[in-house]
Design a protein around this ligand. Structure first.
Ligand code: SF4
Length: 372
């Protein structure tokens, strides 16, 4: 139930009250029996629920599990997360991507310590005010950690609902949200939300849904029509943009030059090699010499190719060519688009917040260079 909105009474299409009751019972029994083991489910607490929900945004369960376990070992509760240095939090998040989530999670912990004695509030409006808490996260955290009757609708749930009620477009968010509210089991809202997500992730798959073992098959319109895969209509995926990037490894004795990104942008607070891409400069001028000068005001010579790497960020496919510079003219590093620089020892690299793509480039340099 979405707070702050006055919805008209909801009539579920083709779903009488007794069938609604059977559907709830059937789905929850299936969830109790079949649910996958996840560390945040096995030892639940409000803190673990919040961390897991932030990590699971745009990331698969299997990828999240090792990061989750490492993170909650290092930061045991909201208080220890609030006390930690942001660079330390980002370092623990390194490799998981979408680093803004880590910064928002830390700000949430700080808010909870400052305003709620380190506890998670138990009302939707207070949750909604926390940094990084949109409609979905408020509902997921509120229902799982605090038992609030809020329906959480992610991509998986949207697909299940679109099939149950034969909605052509998953973009019909208003209707889908109202049905999600009406279906929600008020006695077990957290389990209900997780059961719907689990059903979408493991049974009601985008392609080849496993209708024959589905616990809500008897109430599913799309199944009755024999057209499960027709709902919802798939939207054309956004076109991929190809980006060319040049990165440069600069050594000074046994240290490597890294630059720190500022407060804004997707990699805020992360360390990286000097780099630029074809969104910033014309491809003809995208040379290692130019990149080194434009990022750090260093004049270099004798660049050698170290290797190539590919990474994906949102809808961008980034092809990076990595060079190493042999000679750098004396002079201080002066950052242009970064806020700090450091000559970093190899042993320190693991402790710094560095993205997965950048870590891969650094590994290429280390593999090629004996003196680091
Ligand atoms: Fe999805 Fe098939 Fe179950 Fe309907 S019966 S909810 S289409 S898996």
């Amino acid at each position: 139930m979405r707070t702050g909105m006055k919805n008209p009474p909801i009539k579920l299409p083709s779903l009488p009250a007794d069938q609604l009751g059977r559907m709830r019972t059937s789905l929850l029994e299936w969830y109790d029996r079949e649910r996958r083991t996840m560390p945040w489910r096995e030892h639940p607490s409000p803190y673990r629920t919040v961390v897991s929900e932030f990590m699971l945004q745009q990331t698969q369960v299997a990828a999240v599990i090792p990061y989750f376990e490492k993170f909650v070992r290092r930061f045991k509760d909201f208080r220890s997360l609030a006390r930690a240095a942001e660079s330390d939090v980002l370092a623990q998040w390194s490799g998981l991507g979408y680093y803004r989530r880590a910064r928002l999670l830390k700000r949430t912990a700080e808010t909870l310590v400052r305003d709620y004695q380190g506890n998670l509030p138990a009302n939707a409006e207070a949750l909604r005010q926390l940094p990084g808490f949109g409609e979905y996260t408020t509902a997921a955290v509120g229902s799982i950690a605090r038992g609030l009757p809020l329906a959480a609708v992610d991509g998986n749930v949207r697909r299940v609902l679109a099939r149950l009620f034969t909605v052509s477009s998953s973009g019909e968010t208003g209707r889908i949200a109202r049905w999600a509210d009406a279906l929600l089991d008020p006695a077990r809202p957290g389990d209900w939300n997780q059961a719907m997500m689990e059903l979408g992730a493991t049974v009601c798959l985008p392609r080849n849904p496993r209708c024959l073992i589905c616990p809500v098959q008897s109430g599913c319109r799309a199944f009755k029509l024999g057209r499960a895969e027709d709902f919802p209509k798939s939207r054309p995926s956004p076109s991929v943009v190809s980006v060319r990037e040049v990165a440069v490894g600069v050594k000074k004795r046994d240290r490597l030059l890294l630059l720190l990104r500022g407060e804004d942008g997707p990699f805020a607070g992360m360390w990286e090699l000097p780099r630029m891409d074809s969104r910033q400069v014309e491809t003809e001028t995208l040379t290692p010499k130019h990149v080194l000068f434009e990022t750090a005001r260093l004049r270099g010579g004798a660049f050698s190719l170290v290797g190539k790497s590919e990474s994906t960020f949102t809808r961008h496919k980034i092809k990076t060519t990595l060079y190493q510079v042999e000679r750098v003219a004396d002079g201080a590093v002066r950052m242009q688009n970064h806020v700090a620089h450091r000559w970093v020892k190899v042993s320190e690299i693991g402790r710094l917040p560095i993205s997965k793509a950048q870590r891969r480039l650094i590994e290429l340099i280390l593999a090629k260079c004996d003196s680091l």
